[in-house]
Design a binder for this molecule. Structure first.
Ligand code: EAX
Length: 329
């Protein structure tokens, strides 16, 4: 009996020895990417995330930041990098994500969310949790919902107050089938494009306009590419999943995985607030840069013009599913 116990101990010891490195010894350097520059709320959140991870792991884990499309010309390419393990962490809009995890497209419907409170309720509740978990099937670890913001239509031709004013405008959309369908239905002329190509396309007048949250427009200084008209259409909320490569995540000891998850979630709160608090000052500064900001947009006209797409996608997203989000309280 004694010998059996001794043998048991020996086996346990061997297993303990060859198991994953204890957190005290584990070291890693992680690459964090996005399409956005260091002053955009994505990268402000990312910088704080990097600082906290370093502090909380006593410098064992460092996070190196790759802003401004350094690791790929757009979000589709970089999401592939996450799947393959070439990129460890990514802040991305939902633009191309439906091609990886189809359920996420439900968030891309126009006029789904009333305001930021409504957004937080859904993102931080069971619906948000389920959408994050679904990424697992695509070999992507989704840590939290950071944010891009409510998107707005901008163009080089003239002020747009109601949907009719925008008819025929050639605009860039993200590589997203719901957005594309919404703009087509509304009578504009949308064309999908990776973010890294938008500035040049605007400059060369290949397109008349684009749509994005205030912070993206501001960080990219799109007025320098001729975008002089900004309409506060707020036609769709743009959430930004904070993604991690399972390869990097699974290589970590449990304690470090927990630090990563906890800090990612904490930064979701911080980053969303930072984004929202900064919007008004950016709008005012844009005006000083010569941008005409149309605030009194007839949103109802956009909402009506885009409404038929809910019917168009009813086989993938039922009315009941959509209403659960719209009526969340
Ligand atoms: O995620 O491609 C886009 O328009 C996105 O909003 C932007 O890159 C931020």
């Amino acid at each position: 009996m004694k010998r059996v116990i001794m043998l048991g101990f020996a086996v346990l010891l061997v297993f303990a020895w060859i198991g994953p490195a204890p957190a005290a010894e584990y070291k890693a350097s992680l690459k964090l990417a996005s399409t956005q520059s260091m002053d955009h709320p994505y990268m402000v959140g990312a910088q704080k995330f990097a600082d906290l991870i370093k502090e909380r792991t006593n410098g064992r884990i460092t996070v190196k930041l790759y802003p401004s499309n350094q690791l790929g010309k757009g979000e589709r390419e970089m999401t592939e990098g996450i799947q393959q393990g070439a990129i460890d962490l990514l802040v991305t809009s939902t633009g191309p994500l439906g091609g990886f995890s189809p359920s996420i497209n439900i968030l891309d419907f126009p006029f789904l969310f009333k305001d930021f409170n409504h957004v937080d309720l859904v993102m931080d509740g069971p619906i948000g949790q389920k959408l994050l978990a679904d990424f697992g099937k695509a070999n992507i670890k989704a840590l939290a919902f950071w944010e891009n913001g409510f998107r707005n239509l901008t163009n080089a031709k003239g002020p747009v107050k109601k949907v009719e004013d925008g008819k025929g405008l050639k605009i860039r959309t993200m590589e997203n089938k719901v957005h594309l369908a919404a703009w087509k239905t509304a009578g504009l002329n949308p064309t999908p494009m990776a973010w890294g190509e938008v500035f040049t396309a605007l400059q060369q007048k290949v397109i008349d306009g684009q749509e994005n949250p205030i912070a993206v427009f501001y960080s990219a200084k799109l007025w320098d590419a001729g975008q002089k008209h900004f309409s506060l259409t707020q036609h769709v909320y743009s959430p930004s999943p904070f993604l991690m490569s399972p390869k990097a995540f699974n290589a970590m000891p449990k304690e470090d995985q927990q630090i990563i998850m906890k800090t990612g979630l904490e930064m979701a709160k911080f980053q969303r607030k930072f984004n929202r608090d900064g919007e008004e000052a950016k709008l005012q500064d844009m005006t000083k840069q010569g941008v005409t900001v149309t605030r009194d947009v007839d949103k109802e006209s956009f909402k009506k013009a885009m409404a038929p797409i809910y019917e168009q996608f009813k086989d993938q997203f039922s009315k009941a599913e959509i209403e659960t989000i719209m009526n969340a309280k």
